[in-house]
Design a protein around this ligand. Structure first.
Ligand code: ATP
Ligand code: MG
Length: 214
């Protein structure tokens, strides 16, 4: 589907992947994806909700169906945004490398893949599965939340993983302190979540009584 939309010229394609729990997706994710799309001239940004993320196993996460549907509602109005079920449909926990392999394909003509993720997460990349292959297969867009020092990030990255320095681009997203945790906490207290997430997502959360038990 993605290749056809580019008149068969797959070699020129570049896509952004944004993985996350998206419980729920919020304006921080959307503004970040849109900014990355424009700055890096991406043909598409594909949101990839996680199935059963290993590091969050013990927490209560909304059903994948809910997270998938909320993400789909959120991207509806943006012609460059898509949602993938590749991780949600996987029977086993998926790692970033599996998802990146899925989208980069085995052919040389596969799309150029940019993986969009938080700057903090990037600093731990050497703990990720098959990170060396990851570095070959994709370029990273490290987004920083407000108050984050990009200079310190560069230093830390140099210390942690010097071979990454050319594979990581930094993207500062101003004024976006919103997180899914913050939205869940507000919803649990009956506080308004209007404008923190797109309206259809807000309505979906209400309709399905999500996050009420805190
Ligand atoms: P939670 O509070 O449940 O951890 P979250 O808001 O961090 O949720 P995730 O689904 O965990 O959202 O994050 C998906 C991706 O989006 C991660 O790479 C994360 O670093 C990034 N991200 C989350 N919030 C923001 C934000 N406000 N601005 C920019 N990027 C963000
Ligand atoms: Mg998070």
């Amino acid at each position: 589907m993605l290749f056809l939309r580019n008149n068969g010229n797959a070699a020129a394609m570049s896509i952004g992947l944004m993985g996350g729990t998206f419980d729920p997706i919020h304006m921080g994710h959307l503004v970040t994806a849109e900014e990355a799309r424009q700055q890096f001239d991406l043909n598409y940004v594909i949101f990839v909700p996680t199935g059963n993320p290993p590091h969050k196993e013990k927490e209560t996460i909304s059903l994948p169906e809910h997270r998938y549907l909320m993400t789909s509602l959120a991207v509806m109005s943006n012609p460059y945004f898509f949602v993938s079920t590749v991780e949600i449909n996987s029977k086993t926990p998926t790692y970033t490398i599996d998802t990146v392999r899925h989208f980069s394909g085995s052919e040389k003509e596969g799309p150029e893949v940019y993986f969009i993720t938080g700057a903090d997460a990037i600093l731990e990349i050497f703990t990720w599965k098959d990170y060396e292959e990851l570095l070959r297969l994709c370029t990273f867009i490290a987004v920083s939340r407000p108050g984050y020092s990009l200079d310190r990030f560069r230093e830390s990255l140099n210390r942690a993983c010097p071979e990454m320095v050319n594979k990581v681009h930094l993207l500062e997203i101003p004024a976006l302190a919103v997180s899914s945790t913050y939205i869940r906490e507000r919803a649990a207290l009956g506080k308004t979540i209007k404008y923190l997430t797109p309206e259809p997502v807000e309505q979906y959360i209400k309709k399905h009584d999500l996050y009420l038990s805190g």
